[in-house]
Design a binder for this molecule. Structure first.
Ligand code: ABU
Length: 371
């Protein structure tokens, strides 16, 4: 057993796959509110996702787990909490938690280090506990593992812009994207905040998206914590940026998949090009929107899990994306996963790499502009 993963494409040996059990439509909080009246959860209400959806999602998660274990990959699973319970710190009480399907949001492996993200939703403050039994066992088994947790955030009202959501949702798409480009979003800079899924790992280079859950202070904390990496702040033309793994997806050395609908900064594209990387626009997503109760977008089509540089797991109904990967020379493993989307994401979201055969490598020897 060894904790080691520097990128998104080295041969995968050991991974965590999430569980759907107990996932909640979380109670409203300053960072986020849900409004799904057609599914029985109008704004202000909260409660568990229906049992039949949990069963369907768990069946797909179990199948995915079996595909991975049949290929010799060790798979561990988190331990769900009672997510329907209210939680408190001395400074606030939140009426429910969320779940433990998308471990990618909470944890990131950087070499021999497992880092627990701060998170920025009160409903997700305690989610790390679902992974602690696993992390504790890795710490016992691998004497070289580094176990780190970013500063636990306070998440008081000082961390959020009051009235943000009502103001923001009244804006046009273009005006929302303009606010995103200025990073004038729900999080203030009162304290460092980030979700691990806003980080894309390319060896020495980490690209971290400023988003609805990641602020500049969070990225500054990552820069200071990871002095051997180059940590780049990136923003895309996305009206609701939430995790980079359906926008800018590393596939193998020299190849990155980009969601063309979410425009990239020209300097970012040039940084890749001067370093001989190809930036490929993702094929059209099959679905117009994500399924009911899903907090994600239809671009879960791009939310893939690489088993190595040549083999990639893709959601089974995303036929255009599958064809594109085949044309790019990949062996594609289609995985039915659409029923998992209401629980917080796709194949990449549902996983946390613990070990990939990989080393600390510099894939970007040339500088370009601010990069
Ligand atoms: N959490 C991954 C999905 C992000 C998105 O839908 O863009």
């Amino acid at each position: 057993m060894k904790v080691n993963s520097w990128n998104e494409w080295g041969p995968l040996k050991h991974v965590i796959v999430g569980r759907a059990d107990g996932t909640q439509v979380q109670a409203p909080e300053p960072a986020i509110f849900r409004d799904w009246p057609d599914e029985g959860y109008p704004r202000g209400t909260h409660g568990p996702l229906p049992d039949e959806l949990v069963e369907a999602a768990n069946a797909q998660l179990d199948h995915f787990t079996k595909v991975l274990t049949d290929r010799g990959i060790r798979v561990d699973r988190p331990v769900p909490l009672d997510f329907g319970k209210p939680v408190s710190t001395p400074e606030w009480t939140q009426d429910s938690m969320f779940g433990c399907m998308p471990g990618r949001d909470v944890l990131i492996t950087l070499g021999n280090e497992i880092l627990e993200a701060t998170m920025s939703y009160r409903s997700r403050w305690f989610e790390y506990l679902c992974y602690r039994p696993l992390i504790e066992s890795y710490f016992r088994e691998d004497k070289e593992m580094r176990w780190e947790a970013a500063p636990k955030p306070r998440l008081t009202s000082a961390s959020y812009r009051e009235g943000f959501w009502d103001e923001f949702e009244a804006l046009s798409f273009d005006d929302q994207v303009e606010r995103v480009s200025r990073n004038d979003l729900v999080l203030t800079e009162a304290e460092p905040l980030f979700d691990a899924a806003d980080i894309a790992r390319f060896g020495k280079d980490l690209f971290v998206q400023l988003s609805l859950v990641t602020n500049r202070s969070g990225i500054r904390w990552l820069e200071q914590h990871l002095p051997n990496h180059r940590v780049h702040t990136v923003v895309f033309g996305n009206s609701h940026p939430l995790h980079i793994d359906a926008t800018w997806v590393p596939l193998r050395p020299g190849l990155v998949l980009h969601c063309g609908e979410r425009t990239a900064d020209e300097a970012l594209v040039q940084y890749f090009k001067v370093n001989d990387w190809e930036v490929v626009e993702a094929a059209p997503a099959r679905h117009e929107v994500a399924p009911p109760l899903s907090p994600c977008s239809r671009w879960l089509s791009m939310n893939t899990l690489s088993l190595d540089e040549k083999t990639i797991c893709v959601e089974a109904s995303e036929t255009a994306q599958i064809d594109q990967f085949v044309d790019l020379g990949f062996e594609v493993i289609p995985i039915p996963f659409w029923d998992v989307a209401p629980f917080g994401g796709g194949l990449h979201c549902s996983t946390v790499d613990i070990q990939r055969e990989s080393q600390f490598e510099d894939y970007f020897p040339k500088r370009y502009g601010r990069f």
